[in-house]
Ligand binder design. Structure first.
Ligand SMILES: Cc1ncc(COP(=O)(O)O)c(C=O)c1O
Length: 389
């Protein structure tokens, strides 16, 4: 497995024994970057096209459109809805607990996000609560596969079919995940991926949308370039969201080692799930059901209600031992100040709020080895022992 570049100092490495994220930049990518720089073909060009073709091939879909970020991938996906009769201000249903970008992108595209609570055990949108949130202005369901764990797509697809809604998968964190044998990202009308540094396939910054629908593909290509169709025919209110050749070169390198990265992350995930079994009385952690394969982004840990310690104590302890962590996002409508204007109040999304108040996540990426995972388990074991003694 290719090692990460010199991105963190020795001091930081010693301090941080188990870093949250990493990035793989292959030798092939370095060569392509140099070629692009030498020839000065650095904007949206042949490497972007090659990266899109490789990405589409991995997922077995007809089209992939590379853009500047995962947030743009989400926003452009939403904006394609105008091609099918949606009006500004229409609604898109998203989970209350997700990275803020999911909600922001809906607004950026001119729609209103309508939030539905999640399930504490899966972190994903609660399918049984979706129908109550549907109104005559709902145009799409946008499930998020948080941590790379697939949302309940059978139920989501049935609801979308019943109410004639589009499905936009936010697969930002779920490269390589599978649900009942189907690839996540191929189960809706389109799927948006983040290619940010910490993700399984990365272009450092970047995003990509995949679809089998030629009309959605045409809209996406136009939307990423100011809404242009043909030469200077501004057909849509577009974005400036193109990917450049340097980023695409990193992405091409990553497509070469995708299976390797995925396999290593899955090995780490399954190992850590096993290591955390003795802590189940106190911690809810990411689990894989028989019908799914998680495309591991990170490992979520939520402190159970009756545990004899708080999330703050837990996080402070593991961080002090060099285990890097991040908060498990927020209930966007009730815990993010930028969304207060929507008028929701604490308690409206109890499960999302619980996950945020009591949850964290840690790295399980391709540059983490099993001795580091043993170390994580040892740290957690020591902490719990101290708390229950
Ligand atoms: C669920 C989700 N959606 C969207 C995004 C946005 O991606 P980006 O940071 O590439 O804009 C992220 C980022 O990690 C994410 O986790």
């Amino acid at each position: 497995m290719e090692k990460p570049g010199k991105t963190i100092s020795i001091e930081e490495k010693v301090k941080c024994k188990v870093p949250f994220g990493t990035v793989s930049i292959t030798e092939q990518a370095r060569k392509l970057i140099n070629t692009a720089l030498d020839t000065t073909f650095v904007t949206n060009g042949k490497y972007v096209k090659e990266f899109e073709e490789r990405f589409a091939k991995i997922f077995g879909v007809k089209y992939a459109v590379a853009v500047s970020s995962g947030t743009d991938a989400d926003a452009l996906s939403c904006a394609t809805l105008y091609d099918f009769g949606a009006q500004r201000g229409d609604e898109i249903i998203i989970p209350a607990l997700t990275f803020i970008a999911t909600a922001n992108s809906v607004f950026q595209a001119g729609f209103k996000p309508v939030f539905v609570d999640v399930e504490r055990e899966t972190l994903n949108i609660s399918p049984d609560k979706i129908e109550a949130a549907i109104t005559p202005r709902t145009r799409a369901l946008m499930p998020v596969h948080l941590m790379g764990k697939p949302a309940e797509m059978d139920k989501i697809r049935a609801i979308a079919k019943k109410h004639d809604l589009r499905i936009i998968e936010d697969a930002a964190e779920a490269h390589g995940a599978e649900y009942k044998g189907e690839k996540i990202g191929t189960m809706g009308d389109m799927a948006a991926f983040s290619l940010y540094a910490a993700h399984i396939i990365t272009t450092i910054e970047g995003g990509i949308v995949i679809t089998d629908n030629p009309d959605i593909h045409r809209a996406l290509v136009s939307l990423r370039n100011h809404g242009i169709e043909n030469k200077f025919d501004f057909k849509r209110i577009g974005f400036s969201a193109k990917m450049n050749e340097i980023e695409a070169a990193v992405g091409i390198g990553n497509t070469e080692i995708f299976e390797e990265i995925l396999a290593k992350r899955r090995k780490n995930l399954l190992y850590l799930i096993d290591q955390f079994k003795p802590f189940d009385e106190y911690l809810i952690t990411l689990k894989e059901a028989d019908h799914e394969k998680i495309g591991p982004h990170a490992f979520s840990i939520i402190v159970r209600q009756d545990a004899p310690f708080s999330k703050e104590e837990f996080v402070r302890y593991i961080e002090s031992k060099g285990v890097d962590s991040r908060n498990l996002f927020y209930s966007i409508p009730t815990q993010c100040p930028s969304y207060a204007f929507l008028g929701h109040k604490t308690g409206d999304f109890p499960e999302a709020e619980y996950c945020s108040d009591n949850g964290t996540h840690i790295g399980i990426h391709q540059h983490i080895e099993s001795d580091q995972l043993d170390y994580v388990a040892e740290v957690v074991r020591d902490f719990i022992k101290e708390k229950i003694s």
